[in-house]
Design a protein around this ligand. Sequence first.
Ligand SMILES: [Zn+2]
Length: 257
Amino acid sequence: MPDELLERLREFQTDAFPLQRTLFRNLVDEGQHPLTLFIGCSDSRLVPYLLTGAGPGELFLVRNVGAFVPPYDPEMDSPPGADGAAPPRGDAKLGAARRLAGFHGTAAAIEFAVLNLQVRRIIVCGHSHCGAIRALYGEVPAAAQNLARWLQLGRDAALPVAEPGPEVLRRTEQRAIVLQLERLMDYPMVREQVEARQLTLHGWHYVIEDGEVHVFDVDVGQFVPASRADNAGTGPYQRFTEADALDYSGVPLAAPP
Ligand SMILES: [Zn+2]
């Protein structure tokens, strides 16, 4: 029986990689300087590189069930324990927020992207027909305890209906995106840079069947289809200058300091 994955790995190296060998060489020599942190749902139908036309080196990607952002937890700055690095173990002294956030990769990626990579924009991208959002209205298998806890991050977006129809699900998907943007603003490094206009936030709802992203516009308080939107950002929005533009190699013309 052929090993399809192995075949694909070999084809990548022999067929696709040579076309971008120089780009990858540059990204190794110069390091990565992505300008965008993309927080997207893990759904296989959401393909960030296709949506944005991005290439290697352009997107710092975080994906999880629902495109959720854990609450910022200041207690993580001073974890308990003699060695100062005790992991959360369900200790009763740990707050609910900490149990939600504890050791979470999404929170770590946000901090790394903003503080180390100095990204200029953060996109939170949900989508139509999202299983995580639908799960907010249903039962989660008893064995999926981590999933059940994780879904609490979308709970506040749910509407008070028992049997959600397509419109309610669509609205919940969009409300969840706005909720995550609000949580992002609780991260001190995010808030500081947004207020200093060094960083912009983008709430996107991708409608799979239309191939169109709807952009949350905070000024009008709703999602606007990209075909009619003024810009790709959620206010306060600042257009990027020429110096921020990427050349076709995917390497920033003006690398962040
Ligand atoms: Zn989803």
